[in-house]
Design a protein around this ligand. Sequence first.
Ligand code: PLP
Length: 385
Amino acid sequence: MTSETTPLRQLTLDQLRKRTSEKWRAHPGDVLPMFVAELDAPLAGPVVDAITEAVRRGDTGYPAGTAYAEALANFARDRWDFDGIAVDRTTMVPDVMSGIVEVLDVICGRTDAVVVNCPVYAPFYQVVGRTGRPIEEAPLGTDGRIDMTVLDDAFRRAARRGSRPAYLLCSPHNPTGSVHTADELAEVAALADRHGVRVVVDEIHAPLVLAGARFTPYLSVPGAENGFSVISASKAWNLAGLKAAVAVAGPAAVDDLARIPAWVNESPSHVGVLAHVAALRDGGGWLDALLADLDENRRLLARLLAEHLPAVRYRPGEGTYLAWLDCRALGLGDDPAATFLERGRVALSPGPVFGTGGAGHARFNLGTTPELVAEGVRRMAGALT
Ligand SMILES: Cc1ncc(COP(=O)(O)O)c(C=O)c1O
């Protein structure tokens, strides 16, 4: 069995501890890290080849051309039956979060509000807050999905605060792993149109949709023409250290796209772009194997929690490799991850940083080996004894 057939069954804890990225260096060596969204898998073969050959050539200058957008357009066509990524409606950006900042800067005024569905990826708050724009929260429903009535209300509040509000949609949703359906997204587009809200969708987890669900690109739904998608191969192929991403404008957003400064397109890592192109173009087999491993891991986690921590509620996500655990019944207060870390030496992401609805929750990273999923649960359970 190779990395191309079972990527999440290749590496031992000793091998992983040699890594020097955030996941493996943020905590002391006795802590099992299950927090930041890094994958405990070897890189896909085509990615390794692309990087190695670039380094051998000394090909480490600035990025050029449209290969990333083309690879993404082909991937979207093959995987999602979506033919709507036109290369001339894209720009490269260094990473998804900085791409979101660039897009917000051209579609919103300085003080216009940005709507988010909490609980949501914590940097949404930091990045929007840093631009000085207020946030309007539209909490997800108890089923972890977008509540259209709540969203309608948040759009109304946002529109009252300024004339060019935006909605930062996470699709699939981090941390719940919900995969928005085509109908939901069409409803979002209609609501946004009604309130004059521009939609920016973070689709970084799009390739990570597991068996039983289907990813719908936001720009493919009716009414989404003036939206933006910001997307990258970085999450699915573990390329966060090789910075590159793409912002895609809908057909009615090309004028906004044109206002993003031209130098932004040259600011990703060139080696990153080569790696991302290789992933999207030739890394499909590896991705399918990863998705199969993740499917097993989400079932394993559900089984282990039921056995060892039955009070923890877990609805296995349809996408992402993140598990959102409702630990409120454990009586550990707002931040159960603090107890798991202190007493169990396992680092989960603390729920409260995900905004309203995060208290009493913790996020567990399933992008690891089955052994470490089990060890993570063992340590969580051990923290309670
Ligand atoms: C929803 C979401 N957006 C963005 C990012 C970060 O992406 P980037 O490193 O490209 O800014 C992550 C990382 O986990 C994420 O989960």
